[in-house]
Design a protein around this ligand. Sequence first.
Ligand code: SF4
Length: 344
Amino acid sequence: MGSPKFLNRYNAVENNELPACFKVTKHISVEFDQNASLEELWNVHDMEMENYRLAFKEVNSGVRGQELPEAESSLLDLKIAIADRILQHCHFCERRCGANRKEGEVGYCRLGKTSRYASEFLHMGEEPELVPSHTIFLTGCVFSCVYCQNWDISTRPESGVVIDPQKVGRLIDMRRSMGPRNVNFVTPTPHPHTILKVINEISANTPVVWNSNMYHSLEIGKLLEGVIDVYLADFRYGNDECAKRYSNAKDYMRVVERNFETAYRQAEIILRQLVIPGHVECCTRPIVEWTATHIPKVRFNLMFQYTPYYRAAEFPQINRYLTLKERERATRIVQDSGLEDVLL
Ligand code: SF4
């Protein structure tokens, strides 16, 4: 249904008419003590975010030029320090395991401090406004979706190439000069400590896409302001029971709705709704209605490519493809919702 209506800033960054959010954050000079308590670091962060928001506003309105020299000690450095501290009592996601991943403990996701990527390439299969997209698939996941199409990556956190932030930052710069419109971090939820470091190494003006299940903690939602340009975000379930049954995620609605509302205030959103067989009324409908009421200015992508991968055979209700009727019903729900920017 036409070109995106609500991705104006992303388009401007992609065309180098505006700086990516992280460029503004790297420009904000911040003095902080690496040994300060996490609470003290947050206090400095919250105060300095006011400077970020002012600079961001001025850059967007043209009051301030695009020349944004990098600070020696920046707000992005502070965000990295906070993420590193959170890693020691991990609450990157709402499982809030409390594992000291820095010292080798693991939580539900079985990830330690090292992040790896399974692949990085120019993806032509994403939303048309994103392709070609420099896609970096990280390993491991905080969900356990029984129909996961990337189960070989998500269930093997120890597989893949260890991420060296400097090298990957250079790789992103090199790729950007070859034409991709953004860098797209897939399954980022357990890896913010590494992704922030990678972003700190990027020189080229590159829109940053957070390709996520939106199950991150409140704290990570705060940390991502000023870093992420576009949330490419799944809203999969319309109630807690389905989320628990198929992804072993509890309290799904509260967490994901909160994170969408936070992201909506901070960045632009492409919301992905993968229609699941037998779940049009219990999942698709409430998601569409909630979106139209609470975060209407998003790009809404209704997706029909559900395939019964991995352990779907153990769940007869979802062990099939969508029917034509289900596709038509889901389409009608979106068309009747009043959402203005829809990709069908
Ligand atoms: S990322 Fe989530 S699942 Fe993994 S250790 Fe941290 S809180 Fe637990």
